[in-house]
Design a protein around this ligand. Structure first.
Ligand code: NAI
Ligand code: MG
Length: 354
């Protein structure tokens, strides 16, 4: 198959980990006889420096013509003092919105070699394997009005959803549940918010289309507690934008290894943007210390969701597991009797397995 991929390395270690991810995609193409073509564009701080905007027009145009996008990370202290609309993060929010990527998928799975790195007791985190499906282009972060009023004595933000926006994210979550353990937890605040009551209604309607999936509803505060008391009880969680933002960051620390977590932002036609959960890590940028596995696992999500290449995706994930089982690790992880390697050596080990 021929696929065209836009690379947006961004800032800091984004440059290093996206290089590793590209090499892995090249290795997959070679092994499985695909043709992947690549085109690199600027986003975030790098784009601000050279083009005066975090999201240049040519970056958006290239993404719109691509089959999938791989992003490294954006941001860093150099750009922290800029006004809101000029900050690197605006590039990221902008590209997700402009591409209509309404579903953010964050799988969180503890690797057994790394259980001891969790802030939770190993027996609590063991067996955790969950997917958070977060609505990404609606809700409180985009609702209008969002403004100061009354001479600055009053402020308003708006949590707005259309029924069809809720339906498409709930459908995505049911579809994800169908290829996993077939359990869906819908998280809301239906005791307080009208938007949550409509969200619940939609889930109740949609569940008739997916009779094999068991469904429960949980209030967001209860879900926040259960994520740390019994994370292994979850399979797929679906929730609105802000709740998903908070819960997915909470869940991302469960495994104690930020450098291992991939994510995808997708839409219904399969186009998606794939990126590690971590940021640009200015503290280690340029030192070849960054763990490339989150970016590499993001390519597995790309192969699966955008290209329907299940076997290839499994191959990448298996390669990562094998490298960890052989006790290779970057500086951010500790493995008993492990062999510490650099970021680029880690990528090479994964490619060897592929
Ligand atoms: P961060 O994720 O960049 O770093 C947090 C800590 O984890 C640091 O000590 C870092 O060295 C370590 N770390 C992160 N990824 C690692 C990896 N792959 N290998 C080894 N160690 C790793 O978060 P932080 O420090 O809060 O933010 C730094 C910058 O990144 C900020 O400008 C922030 O706005 C931006 N950021 C960007 C994101 C994105 O592009 N999606 C997400 C989060 C933060
Ligand atoms: Mg967040």
């Amino acid at each position: 198959m021929n696929k065209h991929i836009v690379m947006l390395p961004g800032d800091g270690i984004g440059q290093e980990v996206s290089k590793a991810a590209k090499q892995v995609l090249e290795a997959v193409a070679e092994r499985y006889n695909h043709t992947f073509t690549f085109e690199t564009h600027e986003i975030g701080g790098a784009a601000i420096d050279s083009q005066g905007t975090p999201l240049p027009e040519d970056t958006v145009a290239a993404c719109k013509k691509s089959d999938a996008i791989l992003l490294g990370a954006v941001g860093g202290p150099k750009w922290d003092q800029l006004p809101g609309h000029m900050r690197p993060e605006k590039g990221l929010l902008g590209i997700r919105k402009k591409m209509g990527l309404f579903a953010n998928l964050r799988p969180i799975k503890g690797f057994k070699q790394l259980l001891h790195a969790s802030p939770l007791k190993p027996e609590v985190v063991e067996g955790s394997d969950l997917l958070i499906v977060r609505e990404l282009t609606g809700g409180l972060y985009f609702g209008e009005p969002s403004e100061r009023r009354n001479n600055g004595q009053e402020v308003v933000d708006t949590l707005a959803y259309t029924r069809s926006e809720i339906e498409r994210i709930v459908d995505q979550a049911f579809q994800s549940a169908m290829v996993r353990r077939k359990h869906l937890t819908s998280v809301d605040k239906a005791n307080v918010l009208e938007s949550s009551r409509m969200w619940r209604e939609v889930v109740e309607e949609k569940k008739h289309d997916y009779p094999e999936v068991t469904v429960d509803h949980m209030l967001v505060d209860a879900a926040a507690m259960k994520l740390i008391t019994n994370p292994a009880s979850f399979d797929v969680i679906v929730t609105e934008n802000m709740f998903g933002d908070i819960l997915s960051d909470e869940a991302s620390v469960l495994t104690g290894s930020l450098g291992m977590l991939p994510s995808a932002s997708i839409r219904s036609d399969g186009v998606g943007l794939y990126e590690p959960v971590h940021g640009s890590a200015p503290d280690i940028a340029g030192e070849n210390k960054a763990n490339p596995l989150a970016a590499i696992l993001s390519t597995a999500m790309m192969l699966r969701h955008s290209f329907q290449m299940e076997e290839e995706a499994d191959q990448v994930e298996t390669a990562v597991q094998e490298v960890l089982a052989a006790k290779f690790h970057t500086a951010d992880l500790s493995l008993e009797n492990g062999v510490k390697v650099t970021g680029s050596e880690m990528a090479a080990k994964v490619i060897e397995q592929i």
